[in-house]
Design a binder for this molecule. Structure first.
Ligand code: HEC
Ligand code: HEC
Ligand code: HEC
Ligand code: HEC
Ligand code: HEC
Length: 167
């Protein structure tokens, strides 16, 4: 092979590497504070909870918010009370438990927007847009992209001015 080609190939690889590392979506398989399955809790044939009962801000304000451990314990004091997977709940909010520390759960956000983008939940959810349109698979969430916002905004004939979404 001509030495220059080797150099080109390395250059292409380097560009690909930089692209992947700088621009690939955030890894969604990062470890979570404790196990949690949306499938278990929202299955209509099972526990059948509504999204808003845990993410109470999603129809009321900018952020959807995350549930506190005491809300989980409303059920889990009685359901699977001895299960080791639920120890973090008892540590956070069950003062009768030997593992109690009172330290709140720190859920890890898996698909946050970069700080330069502004998003307001209630402006969307009170306009008839369902959670599933933007979060079809909450157990393995896909990162939100600029084109996913703009595709829908175009369908609704909304202006695409940059400062609507960017600070
Ligand atoms: C029993 C409470 C509960 C219910 C009901 C619930 N969630 Fe969640 N949700 C959580 C918890 C706990 C987390 C954090 C753990 C995780 O990432 O899975 C979470 C995380 C998420 C995330 C990930 C956000 C991020 O950036 O990390 C999305 C999106 C989400 N939920 C959407 C939904 C939707 C949509 C529904 C209804 C179909 C729903 N949730 C129902 C408790 C709940
Ligand atoms: C409305 C009642 C209810 C609430 C509230 C609730 N759970 Fe559950 N959870 C259940 C039921 C029912 C099961 C299935 C029990 C079984 O397998 O016998 C379950 C199972 C689980 C399991 C075992 C793994 C699995 O998916 O089966 C974990 C872990 C868990 N819940 C975590 C949580 C967390 C964390 C919260 C709060 C964000 C929460 N739960 C809130 C009812 C609830
Ligand atoms: C139009 C799209 C859209 C709709 C509809 C939507 N979300 Fe979101 N959601 C987002 C975006 C974008 C983020 C990331 C926001 C950020 O990082 O600032 C997000 C973040 C979240 C988070 C992470 C925690 C937080 O406060 O940001 C949860 C949980 C969540 N959404 C739940 C819901 C639920 C439940 C509904 C339905 C009631 C819903 N979302 C409807 C786009 C949407
Ligand atoms: C499924 C459709 C849909 C998606 C996806 C969507 N939007 Fe929207 N968005 C709307 C609709 C409809 C409105 C208009 C609501 C109203 O009339 O107040 C809106 C309004 C807005 C507004 C206010 C518009 C203005 O000019 O003041 C902002 C900001 C916004 N969206 C940001 C976002 C961002 C950021 C994302 C992606 C992370 C996103 N949207 C994804 C449907 C969507
Ligand atoms: C409807 C909302 C919305 C509008 C309008 C919008 N953006 Fe974005 N933009 C986003 C979101 C969401 C991201 C974050 C995407 C990600 O993290 O992959 C983003 C990311 C970016 C980035 C970072 C690079 C990237 O691809 O992640 C740049 C640069 C950018 N936008 C420029 C612009 C410019 C210039 C305009 C006006 C022509 C504009 N945006 C209009 C939502 C919007």
């Amino acid at each position: 092979m001509h030495p220059l080609c080797l150099f080109c190939a390395a250059g292409v690889l380097a560009v690909v590497w930089v692209y992947k590392h700088a621009y690939s979506p955030l890894p969604v398989e990062i470890p979570q504070t404790m196990p949690f399955s949306h499938a278990t809790h929202t299955n209509p044939a099972g526990v059948n909870m509504q999204c808003q009962s845990c993410h109470t801000g999603a129809e009321a304000g900018a952020g959807a918010g995350m549930p506190v451990a005491s809300a989980c314990l409303d059920c889990h004091r009685h359901i699977l009370p001895q299960d080791p997977r639920l120890l973090p709940l008892h540590a956070a909010a069950n003062a009768d438990s030997p593992v109690y520390t009172g330290e709140p759960l720190a859920w890890i956000r898996r698909t946050p927007l970069p700080a330069h983008v502004h998003f307001h939940h209630a402006r969307h959810t009170t306009n008839g847009i369902s959670c599933a349109e933007c979060h079809p698979t909450p157990d393995s969430p896909t990162p939100h992209t600029m084109s996913s916002c703009l595709d829908c905004h175009r369908q609704h004939a909304l202006p695409a001015n940059c400062d609507a979404c960017h600070h």
